[in-house]
Design a protein around this ligand. Structure first.
Ligand code: FCB
Length: 453
C-alpha cells in the first residue's frame, strides 16, 4: 500500500476563479464595459466567438456556488473583483450595486467558514481607461490605487488576504505584445511599458491595502513554468535564459529589489523594443515596486522544454512524452508534477519570499457526463494527485508553502479558447447552468477532509 501523505494542519486547501471567467452579467446593475467585454465582442478574437456575457452566471448563482464550495469542503476561495463593476467610469463614482455584490459574497464565504483571497486585477479592467492607454500609461497606476482604496475600504474589515495582480506577464506580453488577449495590441514596446506600470501600481497599492485592511497579508501572483533546455547546447540554454527572463525574472527581479534583469534589457534594446531606453522608469519607482510583501502566489501548470530550432527563430517547446492524455492536457500543456517542486524550490531559495501559495494549478480535460450523469475525469484526478505529492515534497524540503488553490472550481470561459477548455472540478452545462461535481471534486473533498491521501 502506498504511504499516507499528511499535510500540515493549517494547510489551506482552496480553489480559484476569476471575475470575467465566471460572473456573466456583463452589463447588469450598472457595470461598466471591460476590456474583455470589448475584446470578446470584436469578431475573430475568440474561438467560436464565445464571450463572457453569461459565462457561468455566477453573478446570479453565487449562493449556489458557495454551497458547492461547502460541499467540497474548501478552506479558502480565491476570486477576483471586476473593477468596472465597482467603478464603471474607471475612477470616481462608485456603483453601489457592484460593491454590494462582492460584500455579500464575502459575507457568504465567511459564514461558510471559507477564507476569501481577493485578486484585484485578474485582467478585466475598465475599457474607458484602456482608451486613455490602459497599462501603457503611468496614470493607470493612479487609477488602480484609487480602485484599490475603494474596494479595500469596503471589504478590508473582512478580507485579510489580498493579491494585487494576476500574472502581470500575461497581461503585458499577451495583451499588449502578441495581442492574443485584451486589449489585443501587438507592440512589445507597449508591453514593456505595461509591465512597468503594472509593477508600479502593485507597489503603490500595497500600503493602501495595509492601511485599509488591518493585519491583512498582501502579495502578487506570477505565472511560472518549469523551463529546461532540450539539450546542453548553447543555443538551447540560451532559449531558456531568454524565455525565463521575459516571463518570470522581468517581474520577480524588480519585486524583490533587483531591478530589471540586465540580460533582458540588452535583449529588448537589440530587438528595438526600447527606442528611448527605460525612459518610463522614474526616480524611486524601483523602490516602490520592491515594497515588501507577505507572500508570493505562483501559478504553475506545466514544463517547457526548449529547443532553439524553431522555423521562425522562436524556440520550440519539445514534446518529451508520448502524446497521451495522461501526459498532455487538452490545452497541450504537459503534466509534469516534478516541475512544481522545481519552481517552488527555485523561487523560495532564490528570492526568499516569507511565504508562498500555489494560487493556480489544474488541468483541462473535457470529459463529459456519462448516461448516469457522472463525470469520471480520472486524468484530472491523476494530474492533481501527482501534483499534491509534489506539494508535499516541497513542504518536506522546508519551503514555507501555506496553501494551494486548484484552478478551477467551475468549468469557465478560458480566454481566447472560449468554452472549449474545461478546467473545472465542477461541470457546468452552459445551456442550463446546471452544475455537477466531477469525480475529481469528490476526490479533492476526501483529500481536504483527511488533509492528505
Ligand atoms: C492562467 C489564468 C487563469 C486561467 C488559467 C488556465 O493563466 O490566470 O485565469 O485561465 O491560466
Amino acid at each position: 500500500m502506498a504511504n499516507k501523505i499528511t499535510f500540515p494542519e493549517n494547510f489551506l486547501w482552496g480553489a480559484a476563479t476569476a471575475s470575467y471567467q465566471i460572473e456573466g452579467a456583463w452589463n447588469k446593475h450598472g457595470k461598466g464595459e471591460s476590456t474583455w467585454d470589448r475584446f470578446t465582442h470584436t469578431p475573430g478574437k475568440i474561438r467560436n466567438s464565445d464571450t463572457g456575457d453569461i459565462a457561468t452566471d455566477h453573478y446570479r448563482l453565487w449562493k449556489k456556488d458557495i454551497g458547492l464550495m461547502k460541499k467540497i469542503g474548501l478552506k479558502a476561495y480565491r476570486f477576483s473583483i471586476a473593477w468596472p463593476r465597482l467603478l464603471p467610469a474607471g475612477r470616481g463614482k462608485v456603483n453601489q450595486k457592484g460593491l454590494d455584490f462582492y460584500s455579500r459574497l464575502v459575507d457568504g464565504l465567511l459564514a461558510a467558514n471559507i477564507t476569501p483571497f481577493v485578486t484585484l486585477n485578474h485582467w478585466d479592467i475598465p475599457q474607458i481607461l484602456e482608451e486613455e492607454g490602459g497599462w501603457t500609461v503611468r496614470s493607470m497606476a493612479d487609477a488602480f490605487v484609487e480602485y484599490t482604496d475603494v474596494i479595500t475600504r469596503s471589504l478590508g474589515d473582512r478580507v485579510k488576504n489580498w493579491i494585487t495582480h494576476n500574472e502581470p506577464a500575461v497581461v503585458a506580453w499577451m495583451g499588449y505584445g502578441s495581442g492574443v488577449h485584451a486589449p489585443g495590441l501587438r507592440d512589445y514596446k507597449l508591453g514593456i511599458r505595461a509591465a512597468h506600470h503594472l509593477l508600479l501600481s502593485h507597489g503603490q497599492a500595497v500600503p493602501v491595502i495595509r492601511r485599509n485592511s488591518p493585519n491583512a497579508e498582501v502579495g502578487i501572483t506570477l505565472n511560472i513554468a518549469w523551463n529546461i533546455a532540450a539539450s546542453n547546447s548553447r543555443a538551447d540554454r540560451e532559449a531558456v535564459r531568454a524565455n525565463d527572463g521575459e516571463w518570470f525574472r522581468w517581474f520577480a527581479d524588480p519585486l524583490y529589489g533587483r531591478g530589471y534583469p540586465s540580460d533582458k534589457v540588452t535583449d529588448y534594446t537589440q530587438m528595438g523594443a526600447l527606442p528611448n531606453g527605460m525612459d518610463f522608469v522614474q526616480p524611486g519607482d524601483m523602490d516602490v515596486i520592491a515594497t515588501p510583501t507577505d507572500f508570493i502566489g505562483l501559478n504553475y501548470y506545466s514544463r517547457h522544454v526548449f529547443r532553439a530550432d524553431g522555423a521562425d527563430n522562436d524556440p520550440q517547446i519539445v514534446f518529451a512524452h508520448p502524446k497521451t492524455p495522461e501526459h498532455w492536457t487538452e490545452m497541450g500543456w504537459e503534466n509534469h508534477p516534478d516541475g512544481l517542486i522545481g519552481i517552488l524550490g527555485r523561487v523560495y531559495f532564490d528570492y526568499q519570499p516569507l511565504k508562498l501559495y500555489v494560487t493556480e494549478n489544474g488541468a483541462s480535460y473535457s470529459t463529459p457526463p456519462d448516461e448516469k450523469g457522472e463525470i469520471h475525469d480520472e486524468h484530472r484526478t491523476n494530474y492533481l494527485r501527482t501534483h499534491f505529492v509534489a506539494l508535499h515534497r516541497a513542504l518536506q524540503a522546508g519551503i514555507p508553502l501555506a496553501g494551494y488553490f486548484l484552478w478551477s472550481l467551475l468549468d469557465n470561459f478560458e480566454w481566447s479558447h472560449g468554452y472549449s477548455q474545461r478546467f473545472g472540478i465542477v461541470w457546468v452545462d452552459y445551456e442550463t447552468q446546471k452544475r455537477i461535481l466531477k469525480d475529481s471534486a469528490k476526490w479533492y473533498k476526501r483529500v481536504i477532509k483527511k488533509n492528505g491521501f
